[in-house]
Design a protein around this ligand. Sequence first.
Ligand SMILES: N[C@@H](CCC(=O)N[C@@H](CS)C(=O)NCC(=O)O)C(=O)O
Length: 207
Amino acid sequence: MSLILYGFDASPYVRTVKMLLAEKGADFDQVQINVMNGETHLPEHLERNAFGKVPVIDHDDFRVIETSAIMSYLDEVLPGHSLTPDSARDRARSHMAQAVYDSYGYGSMVSVFGYYLFPDFIGGQNDESRLQGIEDSKLVLRELMKIKGADPFIAGKSPSIGDLYLAPACAYMSMTPDADQVFAIDGFADWWAKMQALPSFKATPPQ
Ligand SMILES: N[C@@H](CCC(=O)N[C@@H](CS)C(=O)NCC(=O)O)C(=O)O
């Protein structure tokens, strides 16, 4: 079995995939494609993903793009415990977290942590978009914590793909002066402590 992950370790989406690989104990090779240097838009990467994004995986001779497809594919084909909940309702909770993060979370969170950590990547420091990003990020975290309810993780008693989506962006948010404000959401502190304690989180620091 050959598994190659294309994408660099500063990418939250790449970290989501690497957390799943760590949960599975999978062996893989990684080709660092640096988003900050524009490497996602070089011809050899556009041949892998015409939209110029990472992550991309090659599993034997099968290529998968888009984190959602990569996550469900790897969860199914790799041995190890499943990150997909057993019940339809818990699967829906995990999918909701994933879709909410994709549709509303990543963009709003990156406009806050990018302001401090990657200003060039987001087109410069824009206070209006940072302040809007704080409000939008809080809305996302509030709704995801409602989905989590009293459970320790978003879709139940153990981590699911939905949790792995959210954690990497929260890690960057935690490095900013706005973290206390964004994270002041009921239930968030418990969830965040549990995510930070996961070996798969500890094993995949952004570089
Ligand atoms: N829809 C894509 C989004 C992935 C994405 O936004 N990746 C970022 C890095 S975190 C990227 O490759 N950005 C490069 C660019 O936009 O130029 C997915 O789910 O995989």
